[in-house]
Write a protein that binds this ligand. Structure first.
Ligand code: GLU
Length: 545
């Protein structure tokens, strides 16, 4: 037993006022030695995986791995009308991409399957029957029209709309009669009216009388499918889930779930609700960060471990918070050994959007320290290059060489955040010739001659000397010997090498382009300048005639 400083929360009736009372309480450790940890991520396939879902899945996974437990993926598809056809496969793909591989899942199977709720209907029917038999549930024949009228009346009286539990009062005979006549019905659970308290491993004690806000909830719908609340409780029990880690928006439902556990005579799992993730200014995440689907980060060139570190960087939960300020990338293994529910903040956590790029750069740098991962990056860049430039690539046989790409990567690792930055505007010159139209309008013989001389000079340098420092001093000497302004020479060279007005230093550009590409760019500029001169001369002759 550890003495922990926890908070107590009471959710009071209609007002849902959260009262936090700080107290000391004896807190039995979640890591209780003899408890086998089994956790689950239980998305509904009504959309794709977004940052909030990723965080929930991730924390469940880290918690399981940190305790030698199992991480289960369960698909909660009982609301058939809201199912998005390919959401399930995409959810699992996104999880696997993020490194969060389930131990049991619909595609992987496992001892506690099936893992899609729609395949477990007979189990729910059996369990509903148990509650009906024990008197904890009852058939409800109220029509949609009646329920709608109830709702409207409550709103008119400025009350919380809730079912008035009318069918609780039906006699056995009435029920049997209606069932015989085939009247449409659902099954409702009898809520007990009293303040139920549970210990949230993040928020402390939570007390709530659910009947203050709700009528008896439906557990089996008219279509024969269970509702989320019922299926969730039945599955967590039969799948032997030891800890439920889920978003705090579900905290309000937990007392209802506990009442269901009680009605069955089952031991509930332990609950830990994860605080909301917000923008830095406290607004809803999707408002400012736009598309927060994992898939879109993936498409935009974010590395999975960067996204994982980004998501785990806000809201506490890890001992690394004590490490100091220097950000770094942690592996999933490191994160799981550091993850501790007791370190999670109970207030909403704020994600700093700029940090994602920073984490992506750190992850790129980390991958570049590993042979195998670098080789994979090189292949990925080849793919990006061919997709982006196709036959516009300057010199395919040279540029697509692994060694060349590797050296570009090493050079650019402090300049870029994503691999795709390598083909963006100010680095595209690495792969394609700058357009001729970007050449400054210099047609006089002086500059043409000077370029030819410079080209000759550069071709004489041994390959090993074709490096930034050496090239820089060579260019300085070249300018001073010919009384050319160094700044002007740099402007000209930058423009013909890259088509850019600013960007990396000219000597640096030359080094990274290498001697062949540098020479061919200078030569093609020479050719353009020559043809411009010829044209001007022809015009002059024409006008003289
Ligand atoms: N199906 C629920 C969801 O999509 C799961 C909530 C829970 O984890 O209990 O969020």
């Amino acid at each position: 037993m550890k003495i922990m400083f926890r908070r107590n929360i009471c959710l009071f009736g209609n007002l849902s006022v959260l009262v936090r009372v700080y107290n000391f309480k004896a807190f039995s450790s979640t890591e209780s030695a003899n408890c086998k940890v089994r956790v689950r991520f239980a998305p509904s396939p009504t959309g794709y995986l977004h940052l909030g879902g990723l965080r929930t899945a991730l924390y469940n996974y880290l918690f399981a791995k940190g305790h030698n437990g199992a991480f289960v993926l369960r698909i909660e598809d009982t609301d058939q009308s809201r199912i998005v056809p390919d959401a399930m496969e995409r959810l699992e793909n996104d999880l696997i991409w993020a490194g969060i591989e389930p131990d049991e899942s619909p595609s992987k199977g496992g001892l506690y399957g099936p893992y899609n709720q729609s395949d477990r209907l007979p189990l729910y029917s059996d369990q509903v029957k148990k509650l009906l038999d024990s008197g904890s549930a009852y058939h409800c024949f109220c029509s949609d029209r009646r329920l709608d009228l109830l709702r409207r009346e409550a709103l008119r009286l400025r009350q919380v709309p809730r079912y008035d539990n009318r069918c609780r009062g039906l006699s056995q005979e009435e029920v049997q009669d209606k069932l015989k006549r085939g009247e449409p019905h659902c099954v409702r659970f009898k809520l007990e009216s009293h303040v139920e308290t549970f210990t949230d491993l993040v928020y402390g004690n939570v007390s709530y009388d659910v009947t203050q806000n709700e009528g008896d909830p439906v557990i089996m719908k008219t279509d024969g499918f269970p509702t989320y609340h019922f299926a969730n409780v039945v599955d967590d029990h039969f799948m032997e889930i030891s800890h439920v880690l889920r978003g705090v928006e579900w905290q309000i439902s937990t007392t209802k779930h506990i009442l269901l556990y009680k009605a069955f005579g089952w031991e509930p799992p332990q609950f830990a609700h994860l605080p909301l993730i917000m923008n830095p200014d406290g607004t809803k995440l999707s408002k400012r960060q736009g598309d927060i689907r994992v898939e879109s980060y993936r498409r935009d060139g974010i590395f999975s471990l960067a996204l994982v570190n980004f998501v785990t960087n806000a809201g506490g939960g890890f001992s690394r918070d004590m490490d100091g300020v220097k950000p770094r990338i942690y592996s999933l293994q490191e994160l799981s050994s550091q993850f501790d529910l007791k370190r999670l903040n109970a207030h909403s956590c704020r994600l700093m959007p700029d940090r994602l790029d920073e984490f992506n750069r750190l992850e790129l740098q980390r991958q570049l320290t590993d042979e195998k991962e670098t080789a994979a990056l090189v292949q990925r860049i080849k793919q990006i290059l061919t997709e982006t430039f196709q036959d516009k690539l300057e010199n395919q046989s040279l540029l697509l060489q692994d060694d060349h790409i590797r050296s570009v990567l090493l050079w650019s690792q402090k300049r870029i955040h994503r691999l795709t930055d390598l083909v963006e505007r100010n680095l595209a010159f690495l792969w394609v010739l700058p357009s001729v139209s970007s050449l400054p309008d210099i047609v006089n013989d002086d500059k043409l001659g000077m370029l030819m001389e410079l080209n000759e000079c550069l071709t004489k340098i041994p390959k090993s000397d074709f490096v930034k420092e050496h090239l820089k001093s060579l260019l300085r000497d070249f300018a001073s010997q010919r009384s050319i302004q160094f700044g002007q020479l740099m402007k000209l060279l930058r423009s013909l090498l890259s088509g850019l007005k600013e960007g990396p230093g000219v000597a640096e550009m030359m080094e990274i382009l290498g001697p062949d590409s540098t020479a061919s760019r200078i030569e093609s500029a020479i050719a353009v300048l020559k043809s411009r001169r010829e044209k001007t001369e022809m015009c002059k002759q024409d006008s003289a005639v």
